[in-house]
Design a protein around this ligand. Structure first.
Ligand SMILES: NC(=O)c1ccc[n+]([C@@H]2O[C@H](COP(=O)([O-])OP(=O)(O)OC[C@H]3O[C@@H](n4cnc5c(N)ncnc54)[C@H](O)[C@@H]3O)[C@@H](O)[C@H]2O)c1
Length: 332
C-alpha cells in the first residue's frame, strides 16, 4: 500500500510505502544513485542495516548510541562533521534507519546540511512506523527539554517494512501501540474497538489505519497551526513525565500515562482497559510543580497558557486553552 501525503497549499508531497520486504528493493523507492549517509543506532540489528547498505554503491554508515539521550548536540555536530569530511554535497542524501530517535536527529541534520539535502526514512520501531516518521517534525532535546530545538523537514519518501518489527522487544512494541491508541481515541472509535477486542493485533492493518489518520491531519495542517495539535493528546503531561523520568519510561509509555489525565471520567475505565491490555503503564509518581515548570518551557505553551487535547467521547476530541497552573486540576 502507498499513502501519498500531499499538502497542495504548502507544496508538500511524499509517499509512505507500506510493504513487507520493501527494504530489499530500495532502488524501487529511493534515488540511491548518489552518495548516501545511513544514520542508525547500535540497538538496531546489524543485518537489517546491512540489508539496506549493501544495495547502495557509495554508502557511509554513522551509528549513534541507542536511546533518547542521543538526540543531542554532540551527535548533531559529529554527524555534520563526518559529512563535511566525506565531502557530501547538496545532491547527496541521508537515510535514517531506526526508531524515532534516529529519525528525529537525521531529519534535523538533513535540514541543516548545506541548507537542506534529501532525506529518506526507514522506520524500524512500531512507534516510528505509525507516527514519528511522517509529518516532518524533527528535533533534538536541549537542557533536558524534549524536542525543543528542531525544524520541519519533510522526507522524500518513507519505507515501512513491518518485518523489521520481528526483532523489536514487546515493551517497545507496546509503546508504539500507545500512539495508535492515541490516534484511535481522538479519531476512530472503530480502530479503538478493534484494539480493545482483537485477540491478535494485525500489525499491517494497524500501521496503515494509524497512518491514514495521521496523514489526513498533517495534510490539513502541516505546520501545527491548529488541527495538528490534536496529535499532542497525552503529550503535554507525557513529555514532562518523560523529561522527569530521564529514560526510565519510554516515550509511548509516557504518552499512555499522559492520556489518562485528559479524558472524561465516563470513558476513563475504557481507556485504562485498553492501555492495560497492552501492558502500558497508566500511572506513575508525578510531582505536580515540576510538571507545571516543564510545561511552561514546552513548545506547546504560550505565555501563561497551554492548549490541551481533551477526549470526552472515544473517536472525538476538543481543544481547551487553559492556564498552565490549572494543569494541577487535571493531575488530581
Ligand atoms: N517526529 C515526530 O513526529 C515524533 C512523534 C513521536 C515520537 N517522536 C520521538 O520518537 C522517539 C521515540 O522513538 P522510538 O519509540 O522509536 O524509540 P527509539 O528510536 O529510541 O527506539 C527504541 C529502541 O528500539 C531499538 N530498535 C529500533 N528498531 C529496532 C528493531 N527493528 N529491532 C530491535 N530493536 C530496534 C533502538 O535501538 C532503541 O533501543 C522520541 O524521541 C520521541 O520524541 C517523534
Amino acid at each position: 500500500m502507498v499513502i501519498d501525503v500531499k499538502s497542495k497549499t504548502n507544496d508538500i508531497e511524499y509517499p509512505i510505502i507500506i510493504e513487507r520486504d520493501s527494504i530489499k528493493k530500495l532502488n524501487n523507492y529511493f534515488n540511491i544513485d548518489r552518495k548516501v549517509l545511513i544514520i542508525t543506532d547500535d540497538g538496531i540489528p546489524r543485518n537489517l542495516v546491512h540489508t539496506i547498505s549493501k544495495q547502495i554503491s557509495d554508502v557511509y554508515i554513522f551509528t549513534i548510541e541507542q536511546g533518547e539521550a542521543s538526540k543531542n548536540f554532540t551527535n548533531y555536530e559529529n554527524i555534520l562533521e563526518f559529512m563535511v569530511e566525506k565531502k557530501f554535497t547538496r545532491t547527496d542524501c541521508i537515510i535514517a534507519v531506526g526508531g524515532g530517535v534516529v529519525g528525529d536527529l537525521s531529519g534535523f541534520i538533513a535540514n541543516s546540511y548545506m541548507r537542506g539535502i534529501d532525506f529518506y526514512n526507514i522506520p524500524t520501531t512500531l512507534l516510528s512506523e505509525v507516527d514519528s516518521s511522517i509529518g516532518g517534525k524533527c528535533a533534538i532535546d536541549f537542557l533536558n527539554i524534549k524536542n525543543n530545538i528542531g525544524c520541519f523537514k519533510f522526507p522524500k519518501a518513507v519505507l515501512i517494512d513491518s518485518n523489521t518489527l520481528e526483532t523489536l522487544d514487546a515493551r517497545q512494541f507496546n509503546a508504539g501501540l500507545a500512539e495508535v491508541i492515541k490516534m484511535a481515541a481522538t479519531f476512530s472509535k472503530d480502530l479503538f474497538n478493534y484494539l480493545k477486542s482483537t485477540k491478535k493485533v494485525d500489525i499491517d492493518y494497524v500501521i496503515s489505519e494509524a497512518l491514514k489518520l495521521k496523514a489526513d491531519v498533517v495534510e490539513k495542517d502541516p505546520f501545527e497551526k491548529d488541527l495538528r495539535k490534536v496529535l499532542n493528546f497525552g503529550h503535554t503531561i507525557g513529555h514532562a513525565i518523560e523529561s522527569l523520568n530521564e529514560g526510565a519510561l519510554l516515550h509511548g509509555e509516557c504518552v499512555a500515562i499522559g492520556m489518562t489525565y485528559m479524558v472524561d471520567s465516563s470513558i476513563k475505565d475504557e481507556l485504562l482497559q485498553v492501555l492495560e491490555k497492552y501492558n502500558l503503564p497508566t500511572s506513575c509518581e508525578v510531582d505536580t510543580q515540576k510538571v507545571i515548570d516543564l510545561i511552561k518551557v514546552d513548545k506547546k505553551a504560550s505565555s501563561d497558557n497551554v492548549t490541551i487535547v481533551y477526549v470526552s467521547k472515544i473517536g472525538s476530541f476538543e481543544f481547551r486553552k487553559i492556564k498552565i497552573d490549572s494543569i494541577k486540576d487535571y493531575l488530581k
